[in-house]
Design a protein around this ligand. Structure first.
Ligand SMILES: Cc1cc2nc3c(=O)[nH]c(=O)nc-3n(C[C@H](O)[C@H](O)[C@H](O)COP(=O)(O)OP(=O)(O)OC[C@H]3O[C@@H](n4cnc5c(N)ncnc54)[C@H](O)[C@@H]3O)c2cc1C
Length: 463
């Protein structure tokens, strides 16, 4: 049996150092609270992290992450820790898409007020037959609700039983527009096949991106590995304000039903905080408790057990020369959905010589069908699809590949999914954060940070 030592009281213990936990802890540190973050993995960042690739010495993300202009909470968080400029937002929305017949087309939206910027861009977009270009105007009623009441309210009007495909059909969106815009967007935002994912979160995303602010759909691609973008800077911020960040330490929470004396067992320490924020993912909720799941949290635990996961497969390919002129290209009608040119985003470990090869990351979202394939098969598939869609890749030599599987990248958004828990629980002093809590957003960075900020605000009231 491990020996425990009781440590000084801290105001709040945050369990989990992903976007949710770190944003909660930073918010509390800003308000002058003494925070201890406990993370069981040796590296910070959870599902948005980076590692050193042994062969190349490069720092690689566990998967490409993109931010958008509508990620208000995320950019607030990054501004506080001083790294918002490391994920700069493009000035306008510009999307290059390519299909396996080598047809490439770029959607460029003019600097008009939303949603007219989208309509203006689509009208000029030669990826679509002329008759299909006006189809987005059939979403006019959605955009007027978004303008009047906000994207969340507009999404709430959509039946929870509809899938994205049902909803697009209801709004008579033609096949070409679905194939070249709505489906790639649904895969990217929901990490699920549009035929499976619920329409509500999709409508929320479409409303946030195209309905309100001119720059909301602008893409922000991190220019450094993810741990440098937020995880390590957030830890430094917390520590500079007197807090602690414990790595490689599993937390076990011992709940006091009255809420006065919760204890958190963390390695050899017993922490006695005024409040605990659980920022662990749904599949770790069950084992967060030192004893059984507390009775008053049993409903949340049961729903978490029923949540299903959606995977992402990333294949990194190193070519002997540049194969794309764009930073990212959407791949149409293929199993990999996006290709990112990573040279901009990859730093090299000090002391290593800069690799002259060009690195591309291909992302397959909602990738259940790919999970069982061998790495060499996945690498070959990614290479084939990139060569088919991006003609400049045809003559290049692929010298190395690395497959990264995240089998529980996000939670399923299919209609009928179990309810997502709110920030407050029935146990005083225990709060929940994490992308899977009830933010009404899909499993995204923005959802995670929003949940972290909400949990921090709720904890502040009780302290
Ligand atoms: C490959 C990939 C690509 C993605 N792309 C995008 C994208 O482009 N845009 C976007 O917005 N989102 C994207 N996402 C989703 C995004 O990464 C997640 O929504 C977000 O990171 C979730 O953060 P979180 O803090 O809620 O949870 P997590 O990141 O899962 O953090 C939870 C942490 O809790 C820790 N933990 C669990 N149990 C314990 C315990 N008992 N004690 C201590 N620690 C514990 C875990 O180790 C983990 O570090 C992507 C995800 C993946 C995997």
């Amino acid at each position: 049996m491990a020996e425990f030592r009781s440590t000084d009281k801290c105001d709040v213990v945050v369990v989990g150092a992903g976007f949710a936990g770190l944003s909660a802890a930073v918010r509390l540190a800003v308000r002058g609270k003494a925070v201890t973050v406990v993370e069981e993995a040796p590296r910070l960042g959870g599902r948005a992290t980076a590692f050193t690739h042994r062969e190349s010495g490069q720092r690689l993300d566990n998967g490409q992450h993109a931010l958008f202009g509508c990620y208000r909470e995320t950019y607030d968080f990054l501004r506080v820790i001083g790294t918002a400029d490391l994920a700069p937002l493009d000035p306008t929305l510009r999307l290059t898409m390519a299909d396996a017949r080598g047809r490439t087309s770029t959607l460029t939206c003019p600097a008009w007020p939303p949603p007219w910027h989208l309509v203006g861009g689509l009208l000029k977009w030669n990826a679509l037959p002329l008759r299909d270009r006006f189809a987005a105007t059939r979403l006019a009623s959605l955009f007027s609700v978004v303008r009047r009441e906000g994207a969340e309210a507009a999404a709430a009007r959509v039946s929870p039983d509809l899938t994205v495909t049902d909803w697009l059909r209801q709004h008579r969106q033609p096949a070409s527009l679905c194939e070249w815009l709505w489906h790639p967007l649904a895969f990217a935002a929901l990490n699920q096949d549009p035929g499976v994912a619920a329409a509500r979160p999709f409508v929320r995303v479409v409303g946030e991106l195209f309905g309100r602010a001119p720059g909301a759909a602008s893409l922000g691609v991190p220019s450094v590995p993810l741990d440098e973008l937020y995880a390590e800077p957030a830890a430094r911020f917390i520590e500079s304000r007197g807090g602690n960040v414990l790595r490689g330490t599993t937390a076990l929470v011992d709940v006091d039903p009255v809420g006065r004396e919760h204890r958190v067992y963390a390695g050899e320490d017993i922490l006695c905080p005024g409040a605990v924020i659980s920022a662990v993912p749904w599949h770790a909720f069950d084992r967060l408790w030192r004893h059984e799941v507390p009775e008053r949290l049993a409903g949340i635990a049961e729903a978490a057990r029923q949540m299903e996961a959606a995977p992402i497969v990333t294949v990194n390919l190193w070519f002997d020369r540049p194969v794309m002129t764009e930073r990212q290209v959407g791949l149409v009608g293929t199993q990999f959905h996006w290709a990112f040119h990573k040279d901009v985003g990859c730093r090299f470990d000090e002391g290593r010589q800069k690799d002259t090869r060009r690195l591309y990351s291909l992302v397959a979202s909602g990738a259940e069908g790919l999970l069982r394939q061998e790495n060499y098969e996945l690498a070959a598939l990614a290479e084939r699809e990139l060569r088919a869609c991006v003609p400049d890749a045809a003559a290049a030599v692929c010298e190395r590949s690395l497959v990264v599987r995240e089998s529980r990248a996000t939670f399923s958004l299919a209609p009928g999914a179990p309810p997502r828990p709110s920030t407050q629980t029935q146990v005083p002093g225990i709060f929940l954060a994490g992308d899977w809590t009830d933010t009404r957003l899909p499993g995204t960075i923005e959802g995670a940070v929003l949940s972290g900020h909400r949990a921090a605000a709720a904890a502040m009231i009780t302290l």
